[in-house]
Design a binder for this molecule. Structure first.
Ligand SMILES: C[S@@+](CC[C@H](N)C(=O)[O-])C[C@H]1O[C@@H](n2cnc3c(N)ncnc32)[C@H](O)[C@@H]1O
Ligand code: SF4
Ligand code: SF4
Length: 380
């Protein structure tokens, strides 16, 4: 508790008084490849003509290994690994080994299509080199999951991968379901289902209607998958509340409580000029802290302010640390002044985190939310 308070106080000082220069990020997000063996309907990568071909020159193994050393030197201890599908990169195990050697915790996001088919040795290697593995699971109905993710038999393989990892004693296996018009009513059922497999954490994420890869055009198929009409959004909220109840009943950790305060506003206003945070009861001042706290690097080595804004540099051209500290200053300054980007109106990127930080960093403006959020944190 004291540590968390000290961290927040340090961040408060840097955020308000350091003119956009931040000492170091807490987490590095790396989309290690633009290749993928799925064709998800709501994802730009899945909509490429040839999903298995890279969209451009990808980071070399050598540069990736160097990046791991740079991270360790800079003191970044958490790497969130995504893509594309990280498991299709032929050098993935070499990369994971390097992370372990440098003491970096890896949280791996995967579609789970290949893990059940790994040899015993590879599976053990994956267990030893990752601290968390998250598998995407979009429905408890096999045909629905397969349709959303564009792979016949994908549900069976994802579930087999979850079971394989649970049985092999992986320390932290989780799932992620993207909430769409097709599956919002399955939230409580999904919790019971993954609890039955032995999953530790069930994440539920809202769908971004804009491109989640800033150098790619948004997939046209996704807009229609965002639940928007009032009645559906009301029911979706009911599904979340029921999910929170079921999670308590079966003893399952989920992300639902962190979505609850803003999920209705998000669905009703995402993409409009009326920024959805203004419709969150009791939240008067909102800030985005992602470019202050995280480094996001895409498959081509671009350094991004967040998952939605265009690159500010490339690690092939300059060292990571200086680029992150300096090139992001104008973005940070703009956000600090509350001058949001067009993309921000459709952004759910780490919204639970932004929501909590907004409440704590602008306490006088968000007093009502401060009381309820602080109570939630003390309880958890
Ligand atoms: C981009 S994927 C990369 C890792 C891996 N290929 C996978 O699917 O799990 C990471 C997560 O983002 C989710 N995702 C993809 N498109 C999304 C969107 N438009 N909005 C929200 N989440 C999305 C995926 O379902 C997945 O759980
Ligand atoms: S969500 Fe993951 S599995 Fe699906 S297309 Fe995108 S990168 Fe591939
Ligand atoms: S709120 Fe804006 S700056 Fe922040 S993560 Fe979202 S799109 Fe990026």
């Amino acid at each position: 508790m004291l540590k968390a308070f000290a961290r927040l106080a340090g961040f408060y000082r840097d955020y308000h008084f350091n003119g956009g220069t931040m000492p170091s990020p807490s987490t590095l997000y790396l989309n290690i490849t633009s290749r993928c063996n799925s064709r998800c309907v709501y994802c730009e990568i899945g909509r490429k003509t040839d999903t298995l071909a890279p969209s451009g020159p990808e980071l070399s193994t050598e540069r990736l290994l160097q990046l791991v050393a740079e991270m360790a030197e800079w003191g970044i201890r958490l790497l969130v690994l995504g893509g594309g599908e990280p498991m299709v990169r032929p050098d993935i195990f070499e990369f994971l080994d390097a992370c372990r050697q440098h003491g970096i915790n890896v949280s791996l996001a995967t579609n789970g299509l290949t893990i059940a088919r790994l040899s015993h040795d590879r599976l053990e290697q994956l267990k030893a080199t990752t601290s968390n593995v998250q598998v995407s699971l979009d429905s408890v109905a096999p045909e629905k999951h397969d349709a959303l993710r564009g792979v016949p038999g994908g549900f069976r393989q994802a579930v087999a991968s979850l079971e394989t990892m649970v049985n092999a004693g992986f320390p932290d296996v989780s799932t992620n379901m993207v909430i769409t018009t097709d599956n919002w009513d399955e939230i409580p059922e999904m919790i019971r289902f993954v609890k039955g497999i032995g999953v530790r954490f069930a994440r539920f994420a809202v769908m971004a209607p804009i491109s989640i890869f800033p150098t790619m055009k948004a997939a046209e198929s996704k807009e229609a998958l965002l639940p928007k009409d009032k009645e559906t959004v009301r029911k979706l909220y009911g599904s979340i509340i029921e999910g929170i109840r079921v999670a308590k009943e079966v003893g399952m950790a989920t992300s639902l409580e962190s979505l609850e305060p803003w999920v209705q506003a998000y669905h009703l206003y995402a993409g409009s000029d009326d920024f959805f945070f203004r419709h969150i009861d009791g939240l008067k001042r909102f800030g985005c802290f992602i470019p202050f706290r995280e480094v996001i690097i895409d498959y081509e080595g671009n350094i991004l302010p967040c998952s939605y804004l265009p690159p500010v540099g490339n690690i092939a051209e300059a060292p990571l640390k200086e680029t992150w500290q300096e090139s992001l200053r104008p973005v940070r300054e703009r956000l600090r002044q509350g001058r949001f980007y067009r993309e921000c109106a459709s952004c759910s990127c780490h919204f639970p985190y932004n929501y909590d930080y907004s409440v704590f960093l602008f306490p006088a403006r968000n007093i009502r939310r401060l009381i309820s959020t602080a109570a939630k944190h003390v309880r958890s």
